[in-house]
Design a protein around this ligand. Structure first.
Ligand code: SF4
Length: 457
């Protein structure tokens, strides 16, 4: 009999995409998805460690689901609980220790092992776990027809990271950087185009360090190990291949890393109409002192040279970024440098995070010297500045006609649909159901705080 699973995803696009892969793996062993945990035989939490106290949140979420289940489910006993994602990778033993309900812990490279681990539990094992990290791990290949979305798809090109920025847990939870062979990426993109997908996002923790077409095991900057027959290509060349050979109308990518981002990428975007005008280039701080402490490997001046290269492009690009507030040792002067950088760049969107330490990272040993009240104050100051910049930036779209991929109903209004522009801004507009999945021309009538509003033409 078909069983049901409920899967809750927290965190970034990589996690959203991993959840798609886990759903696909479960469908192969006769599980189907339910949106209600009360109906589920298996409850999987896909976790993220970007926010503080992530592990604690996992346990409180399990308690909430359990009490809802007990109140509302007609089944006897409890469903099986599983944890995947960064918390699973980083805190596997603690999860088992702290919660007897969790029977399954699935590391970030173990999604393809999900059927095998479920099999172990069915055979009577009291728990199943796979948190191995290997530089040789294969990429999970997801068939275009088994995607959960129909119009826009994530496509992994690199996994893991070798940068070891001092605040970041990714190298410990996702392992060393690996690049997927270019033929496999281009092949998947082509399949998606045949299935009618209009847009893809090429994904990786650091897509710009994509280095070789053959499967390789280390970052281009740290020495190459090329498999037989492999050919070295850069991210710019990969982008060019996907643009030329996939047949996908809109191609976006994230996340870029300032040190590895180069002008050649801008040139390639300029040369191919299906490469979209959006670059997410996290800076994290405007102060060179902080950038050094964060071990980012570039200076403010070097970052600004990349921004200038993007601004010189033929296409008008949208630039978004990430900034961390209150990194250990951040002074008022450091913070003012960040404010002045944000004003200079004029981001179209900015994700601001208050710093909090992550276990295992070098910065966790630094004294978290900036009081929470100061972090909050600085956060608000930067957010206010960004809101002013964003209003100005968004206003330039009013009266323009933008290409929007119609992705679904707006959460705010029954008659409105929502989608993204090529520059990745959200647009809401009235439309009919039959527009779903189409690339529409929308005249922008109004610029709001975080989105645009328009009408179909
Ligand atoms: S480059 Fe990004 S993912 Fe890699 S360590 Fe730095 S912040 Fe983390």
């Amino acid at each position: 009999m078909t069983k049901k699973f409920y899967l809750e995803t927290h965190g970034c696009q990589m996690n959203v995409h991993d959840s798609e892969k886990a759903s696909f793996a479960l469908s192969g062993i006769d599980y189907e998805m339910t949106q209600d945990p009360v109906d589920a035989d298996l409850i999987l939490l896909n976790t993220c460690m970007v926010r503080e106290k992530a592990a604690r949140k996992v346990f409180s979420r399990i308690s909430e689901i359990k009490s809802r289940y007990r109140k509302n489910s007609k089944k006897s006993g409890l469903p099986l609980f599983g944890v995947m994602g960064c918390v699973a990778q980083s805190e596997a033993e603690r999860i088992f220790e702290k919660s007897r309900d969790v029977k399954l812990v699935l590391g970030t490279q173990a999604i393809s092992k999900l059927p095998e681990l479920m099999g172990q539990l069915e055979q009577g094992f009291s728990r199943a776990i796979d948190v191995r990290l290997s530089k040789d791990a294969d990429f999970f290949e997801l068939k275009a027809e088994s995607r959960q979305t129909r119009h826009s798809a994530y496509l992994t090109i690199t996994e893991g990271c070798n940068k070891f920025c001092s605040f970041c847990i990714v190298p410990f939870t996702r392992g060393r950087e690996r690049s997927r062979p270019a033929d496999s990426i281009v092949g998947e993109a082509r399949d998606l185009a045949v299935q009618g997908f209009k847009e893809i996002y090429l994904l990786g923790q650091n897509v710009n360090s994509y280095g070789l077409s053959g499967k390789y095991h280390s970052n281009a900057l740290n020495g190459l190990e090329l498999e037989e027959g492999g050919e070295q290509i850069t991210f710019a060349r990969l982008l060019e291949r996907v643009a030329r050979e996939s047949g996908i109308p809109r191609i976006k990518f994230t996340t870029s890393y300032p040190r590895d981002f180069d002008e050649e990428i801008v040139r390639v975007i300029d040369d191919h109409e299906n490469l979209c005008e959006w670059i997410h280039l996290p800076v994290q701080s405007g102060s060179n002192r902080m950038l050094r402490a964060m071990r980012r490997g570039y200076s403010r001046q070097e970052y600004m040279l990349k921004i200038e290269a993007i601004r010189r492009a033929r296409k008008e690009m949208a630039i978004t970024g990430d900034i961390i507030i209150g990194f250990p040792g951040e002074t008022e002067d450091d913070f003012n440098e960040t404010l002045s950088l944000a004003a200079e760049v004029e981001y179209d969107g900015l994700y601001i995070f208050n710093y909090s330490p992550r276990p295992k990272t070098p910065a966790a040993a630094f004294t978290d010297s900036v009081p929470d009240s100061v972090k909050t104050e600085r956060f608000q100051k930067l957010q206010e500045l960004q809101d002013r910049i964003q209003s100005r930036r968004f206003a330039r779209f009013v009266g323009r006609i933008e290409e929007v991929l119609v992705e679904g109903k707006s959460a705010r209004s029954d008659s409105d649909f929502t989608g993204h522009t090529r520059s990745n801004l959200i647009v809401n507009f009235p439309a009919d159901q039959d527009m779903l999945g189409k690339i529409a021309k929308v005249k922008i009538l109004q610029a709001k705080h975080h989105s645009l509003y328009g009408e179909l033409i």
